[in-house]
Design a protein around this ligand. Structure first.
Ligand code: URA
Length: 291
């Protein structure tokens, strides 16, 4: 992450989706949650897959050797900040970025109306867990159960995540769990780019406040939002990706909901979690040795 992750995220989405992203909110596809919204997303994905530039991602395997996985294809262009992405009447405290802790942050942003998703929400699903966690899990966005209860990963996918955590010897309240978008996309569709771009500054702020050493991106939407890339899971899983200028390590793995549909992917997910636990133990040992 550079010194301005919000700006980087806007640049990333602009590279993927072009100026379609910069429509005024009232004209943006997100304002009408009809069947056309997912279609717009799909079309954007189709064009972006073949033509969008990819940011460089360096990774380490379990053995520790550095390996360049994906080459940068072109320099990022200068991006003017688009005021239209952040409407004035957005329900957010103007000083939200100065929040000193998660509770303050929640209080300042939970009435957000930056994108159309607020119109459908029962709850703003902020995040849950240890505010000083070493490991943070990031999913895509709340589903119906999460929207109803106001907590991430409490439905079927959440039950599976709990099992994965238990198998790793971790309790849910030891880690932190959040999502890229805080309000449920209708019908559990993938969040639209303009929804991600308006919401992801809150995730960056959560990461800053929690300061986790490890981030697990659950699924390609979370991984791509965090890495500002356009990768398939197969390209990025199974490795430790230096993140946030090397301050953290990101591990991408399959989303638990995808595992429910494709149980064959569970083995790879478990390998990813074993990699995470090895690196976590090594890091904890280093901390002890340095004391
Ligand atoms: N899927 C997600 O990505 N997040 C949740 O909180 C629940 C399901």
């Amino acid at each position: 992450m550079s010194s301005d992750p919000v700006r980087d995220s806007i640049q990333w989405l602009r590279n993927l989706y072009g100026d379609r992203l910069f429509l005024p909110p009232s004209a943006a596809p997100s304002s009408s949650h009809t069947a056309s919204a997912p279609a717009a997303n799909t079309a954007a994905n189709k064009t972006s897959r073949s033509s969008s530039p990819k940011a460089p991602v360096r990774s380490e395997t379990a053995g520790g050797e550095a390996q360049k996985v994906v080459e940068a294809t072109e320099a990022q262009q200068e991006l003017p900040m688009a005021d239209t992405l952040f409407p004035a009447d957005e329900g957010i405290a103007p000083d939200w970025e100065e929040a000193q802790n998660l509770e303050e942050l929640y209080q300042r942003i939970h009435q957000c109306r930056r994108c159309g998703l607020w119109q459908h929400r029962t709850n703003f699903v902020f995040g849950v867990g240890n505010p000083g966690a070493d490991i943070m899990f990031v999913g895509e966005g709340p589903g119906a159960d999460e929207d109803r209860l106001g907590e991430p990963f409490v439905g079927r996918a959440g039950q599976l995540l709990n099992k994965i955590l238990a198998a790793m010897g971790l309790r849910r309240d030891e880690v932190y769990i959040a999502n890229v978008v805080k309000c449920r996309p209708p019908g559990n569709r993938t969040p639209l780019p303009e929804e991600i771009i308006r919401c992801i500054p809150f995730l960056w702020k959560q990461i800053e406040l929690i300061d986790p050493r490890f981030i697990v991106a659950l699924g390609a939407t979370a991984a791509n939002a965090l890495l500002k890339g356009n990768y398939k899971m197969g390209e990025i899983r199974g490795r430790a990706i230096p993140f946030d200028n090397g301050k953290r390590t990101l591990i991408a793995t399959y989303h638990p909901a995808a595992l429910l549909r494709n149980p064959g992917w569970k083995r790879k997910t478990w390998e990813d979690m074993q990699l995470l636990m090895r690196l976590y133990q090594q890091w904890k040992q280093q901390q002890t040795d340095e004391q």
